[in-house]
Design a protein around this ligand. Structure first.
Ligand code: HEM
Length: 209
C-alpha cells in the first residue's frame, strides 16, 4: 500500500504534534477487525435474546416475570458491556485507518462501505429502541418478526466484507450470486425451522389437552 501516512510521518521533522510508528496501520487494522467481531457477536446474540424475551410472554406466571426480568438484565449487559464497546473500537480504529490513508475516502468501494455501515448503525439504534420497549413491556414485534430482523446483519456483514476485500474489483459473477443465495437460504431455513417447531409444540399441546 503506497502513501502510508504513518511511515511518511516518521520522516517528517519532530515538530509535528503526533508521529505514529510505521506499524500503526497494522495495529489499527487488527483492532478494527477485533472490534467488528465483538460488535457482530453482540448484535447477533442481542436480537436472539429479544426473541426469547418476547416469547416468554406465552409462559404462565410466575415463570413469565422471572424469565422477562432475567432476559432484560442479560440484554442490558450484552448491549452496554459488549456490543456498544465493540462498535466504538471498530469505528475508532476505522477512523485511524482512514486518517493514515485518506485516499480511501475518494474510492467508490469505500463510499459503498460507509453506506452499509450507516445501515448497520441504524440497526444498532433500532436494537436499543427495541430493548427499551421490551424492558417496559411495550414491544409490539412478534417473535417471527424479530427472527426476520436478526437476518439483516448477516447480509450487511457479507456485503461489507466482500467490499473491503475486493474493493474496486467487487465481484458480480456467479460466486457472488451463489453467496447471496446461500445467505438467503440460511435465513429461510432458520425461519422455516422456527415455524416447524412452533407448529409441533402447538400440535403436542392440543394432543395433551
Ligand atoms: C465507519 C466504518 C468503517 C470504516 C471507515 C472502515 C474502514 C476500513 C479500512 C480503511 C480498512 C483497511 C482496508 C485495507 O487495509 O485494505 C478496513 C478493513 C476491514 N474492515 Fe472496515 N471499516 C468500517 C467498518 C467495518 C465494518 C462494519 C466491518 C464488518 C462488517 C468491517 C470489516 C473490515 C474487515 C474484515 C477489514 C479487513 C480487510 C482486509 O484486510 O482485507 N469494517 N476497514
Amino acid at each position: 500500500m503506497n502513501g502510508l501516512r504513518a511511515a511518511a510521518l516518521l520522516s517528517l521533522p519532530l515538530t509535528l504534534p503526533l508521529t505514529l510508528p510505521a506499524e500503526s496501520y497494522l495495529w489499527f487494522k487488527s483492532f478494527h477487525i477485533i472490534g467488528v467481531v465483538v460488535w457482530f457477536a453482540g448484535l447477533f446474540y442481542l436480537v436472539r435474546l429479544f426473541i426469547y424475551h418476547q416469547e416468554a410472554a406465552d409462559q404462565p406466571e410466575p415463570l413469565r416475570g422471572a424469565f422477562q426480568a432475567q432476559y432484560g438484565l442479560m440484554e442490558k449487559r450484552l448491549a452496554n458491556i459488549i456490543t456498544t464497546p465493540g462498535m466504538v473500537v471498530a469505528l475508532a480504529c476505522a477512523a485511524g485507518l482512514l486518517w493514515l490513508n485518506p485516499a480511501w475516502l475518494q474510492q467508490g468501494w469505500m463510499h459503498a462501505k460507509l453506506g452499509f455501515v450507516a445501515a448497520l448503525l441504524a440497526y444498532h439504534m433500532v436494537c436499543y429502541r427495541l430493548m427499551g420497549q421490551l424492558q417496559r413491556g411495550e414491544c409490539g414485534w412478534s417473535g417471527r418478526q424479530l427472527r426476520a430482523l436478526n437476518e439483516l446483519p448477516t447480509l450487511l456483514l457479507v456485503i461489507v466484507v466482500l467490499l473491503v476485500v475486493f474493493k474496486q474489483q467487487f465481484p458480480t459473477g456467479a460466486a457472488t450470486w451463489l453467496t447471496v443465495a446461500l445467505v438467503v437460504f440460511m435465513a429461510g431455513s432458520i425461519q422455516f425451522y422456527a415455524r416447524w417447531r412452533r407448529l409441533r409444540a402447538e400440535r403436542e399441546a392440543s394432543h395433551a389437552s
